[in-house]
Write a protein that binds this ligand. Structure first.
Ligand code: EPU
Length: 292
C-alpha cells in the first residue's frame, strides 16, 4: 500500500516546488501534500511519522529559498476551508494559519479595526507571519496576537497564550510546527485613518524595496542595533551579481533574480555577502529567509 493511500486527491509525488515560492526557484519534493481539514492533517502527519519521513511545512513561500536539489520527504501545505477562514467578534479576530495576511488586514481596516496596518504589503499567510513574527520598522504581528493554536508533528494540538507566548524580533517561542490559528485583539479606529496609514506604509515599502522584481523580502536579519541593508550597502555590494542573482540597488538586503537564476546562484551570493560583511565590519549576518 502506498504511504498516502486514500489521500490521493491531496497528494502530488515528485512535485516541483518552484511554483510554490516567490523566488520561483528550487527542485522537487518527494511528496507535496495539501490537507484541507485538521483530521486530514493529523492523518498525513501520522503517515509521515510511521514511515520516518522528514516533514516541511509550507505557507505562502514568500520567505523561502528551496535548493536546486529539492527537498527529501514530505512538504505539507495546509490550505482550504479548514485552515484559511477568519472571523471577527467585536475587537477580536481569530484567523486560520493559511489565511492570507493581506486579505485579513484589509478586512480589519474596512471594519475600523486597527493593529495590523504595520504589516501592509508583507506577503504571506497568518501562520507564516506568526512563526517569524513578521513586521518591519512600523511594527510586527506579535503586538496584536494574544494566543496561538498550534499542532506538533504527532498531531497534538496546543494553545499558547500571552504572557507564556513571547514574540521577539522575527521570532516566537512556539516549537510546534503547524500554526492552526492566531487570536488577536485589535483596537477601534476610523476606517479612513487606518487606510491612510496602510497607504503610507505601502508607499514607504514601494519607495525603498524592489517590489517589481522577483525576491523573498529581506535576506538577512538586522543585527542588534544595525541595519543589514545599510551594512551591505556600505560594503559596496549593491549591484553585485552571481549568475542570475543580484544584490538589489534599491535595497541591499534584497536579492533579486533574473531569468535563468538558480538557487545555487542565490546561495553563492549569500555567502559572498556574508564574507565581505564579516571581513569589513566583523559582523556575522544571520539569514532571515528560510533555506530548504
Ligand atoms: N539602508 C541603506 N541602504 C540600503 C538599505 C537600507 O542605507 O540598501 C538604510 C536605510 O536608509 C535606513 C536603514 O538602512 O536608514 C533601515 O532601512 P529600512 O527602513 O529599509 O529598514 P530595514 O531595517 O532594512 C526592515 C525589515 C523589512 C521591512 C522594513 C520596513 C528586517 C530585516 N527588515 O528593513 O522587512 O519591510 O523594515 O518596515 O527586519 C522582510 O522582513 O522581509 C523585510 C523586508
Amino acid at each position: 500500500m502506498s504511504i498516502f493511500a486514500g489521500l490521493d486527491n491531496i497528494t502530488k509525488k515528485d512535485c516541483l516546488l518552484s511554483d510554490y515560492t516567490w523566488y520561483r526557484l528550487g527542485g522537487k519534493a518527494d511528496w507535496l501534500v495539501s490537507p484541507t481539514t485538521i483530521e486530514q492533517l493529523q492523518t498525513v502527519l501520522k503517515r509521515c511519522h510511521e514511515n520516518n519521513l522528514p516533514v516541511h511545512i509550507l505557507g505562502n513561500g514568500s520567505n523561502l529559498l528551496i535548493s536546486d536539489e529539492g527537498v527529501r520527504g514530505v512538504v505539507i501545505r495546509p490550505c482550504g476551508d479548514g485552515f484559511n477562514q477568519y472571523r471577527f467578534d467585536g475587537m477580536n479576530l481569530a484567523a486560520g494559519g493559511a489565511a492570507d495576511l493581506q486579505r485579513v488586514l484589509q478586512d480589519a481596516v474596512k471594519r475600523g479595526l486597527g493593529g495590523l496596518e504595520a504589516l501592509a504589503g508583507i506577503p504571506g499567510t497568518i501562520g507564516g507571519a506568526v512563526k517569524m513574527n513578521a513586521g518591519g520598522r512600523f511594527g510586527d504581528i506579535g503586538t496584536c496576537v494574544q494566543s496561538v493554536l498550534a499542532m506538533d508533528l504527532h498531531g497534538n494540538v496546543f494553545e499558547k497564550i500571552k504572557p507564556e507566548l513571547v514574540f521577539d524580533y522575527r521570532h516566537v517561542n512556539i516549537t510546534a510546527r503547524v500554526i492552526l490559528e492566531a487570536r488577536m485583539e485589535l483596537s477601534e479606529g476610523d476606517p479612513e485613518e487606518l487606510l491612510k496609514t496602510v497607504k503610507e506604509v505601502w508607499i514607504y515599502k514601494k519607495n525603498t524595496q524592489p517590489l517589481d522584481m522577483r525576491n523573498a523580502g529581506c535576506v538577512f536579519k538586522n543585527p542588534r542595533g544595525m541595519s543589514a541593508g545599510a551594512l551591505i550597502d556600505r560594503a559596496g555590494l549593491k549591484g553585485e551579481k552571481i549568475g542570475g542573482a543580484l544584490v538589489s540597488s534599491k535595497h541591499a538586503n534584497f536579492i533579486t533574480t533574473e531569468k535563468g537564476c538558480t538557487s545555487a546562484d542565490v546561495k553563492a551570493l549569500i555567502e559572498k555577502i556574508r564574507n565581505v560583511v564579516r571581513d569589513q565590519y566583523d559582523v556575522d549576518l544571520e539569514l532571515e529567509i528560510e533555506v530548504w
